[in-house]
Write a protein that binds this ligand. Sequence first.
Ligand code: B12
Length: 252
Amino acid sequence: MATIADIKNEDIRFEIEECLEREDEIERFVTLFSSIDEILQDIAAAVIDGDNTLADELTQRALKDGYAAEAIMDDGLIGGMGIVGVKFRENFMFVPEVLACARAMKAGMAHIEPILAESGSESAGKVIMGTVKGDLHDIGKNLCIMMLRGAGFEVIDLGVDTSEDEFIDAVEEHEARILGMSALLTTTMPNMGITIEAFIDADIRDDVMIMVGGAPVTQEFADDMGADAYGKDALSCVALATKFAAQTNAAA
Ligand code: B12
C-alpha cells in the first residue's frame, strides 16, 4: 500500500500531513500523488501555492516531455485543486488565496485546452452550458465545456449566475437539444429545479435533455428535480451529451 513517503514533492507531503484530517481524504490524496510522476506532483503543488507562473511553466514542460494533456489536467491541475478545496473547507485558505489557485489552474489549462479541442472534428451537437443563478463557480463547468468541445460539440457558454430565462432564451435561440447546468453551492442547487420548472411552464421541457453536475449535486437530487441525468465529472458530461445527441438524432 502506498504511503506518504512515496510522494516525492515535499510541499504536497507537507499539505497532506498538516492540512488533511479525514482518513478517507488522506488515503485518496496519498494514493493519487504517490502514483503519479514528480512533475505532475509539482504542477499540483504550484496550483496549491497559487503560483500561476510556475503552473504555466511546468504544464508546458510536461507537455513537451510527452505527458498526456488529460493526465496533466486530471492528476496535476485538478489534483491540486482537490487539496485547495479541502483547505478552503477547513479554513486553512480563504477566498483571495483560492482565487490565486484558480488563476494558477487556469494558467495551466490554457495549454491543455487547445490540445483537447484539436481532437474534435465535425459538430457532434449543440450544448448550452451555464452555472445557475447566484453561483459564481465556473472552473468545473469550464472543464466540462473544454472536454465537450474536444469531443466535437458546439458549446454555447452562458457563464455564471445564469437565470432560468437566460437558459430558456439560449435553448430557443440556438435550437439546442442539450442543456447542462452546474452548481457548487447547496444554496444555489435548488435553482436547477427552478430552471427545470421554468422549462415545463414554457412548454418546452420535452424539447431538451437536461444534465446537471457540480460537487454537491447527487444522482438522487437530480432525480428529485426532474433532470434527465447527473454527471459526476467532465468525462461523464461528455458521455451524457454523446448519449443525448444519439437519442435526439434517432428521434428526429
Ligand atoms: C474555487 C472555489 C471558489 C472560487 C471560485 C472561482 C471560480 N472561478 O470558479 C471563489 C473563491 C470565487 C469561491 C467563492 C465562494 N465559495 Co467556493 N469554492 C471553490 C472550491 C475550493 C473549488 C471548486 C472547484 O473549482 N473545484 C474543481 C472543479 C474541477 O470541480 P467541480 O466544480 O466540482 O466540477 C467537476 C464536477 O463537479 C463536474 N461538473 C461540474 N459542473 C457540471 C455540470 C454538468 C452538466 C456535469 C455533467 C458535470 C459537472 O465536472 C467537473 C470537472 O470534473 C470549492 C471546494 C470544493 N471542494 O468544491 C469551494 C466551495 C464550493 N465554495 C464554497 C463557498 C461557501 C463559497 C462562498 C460562499 C465563500 C464566501 N464566503 O464568499 C463563495 C460563493 C460565491 C458565489 N456566489 O458563487 C463552499 C460551498 C459550501 C456549500 N455547502 O454550499 C465550498 C464547497 C468550499 C467549502 N466550504 O467547503 N469559491
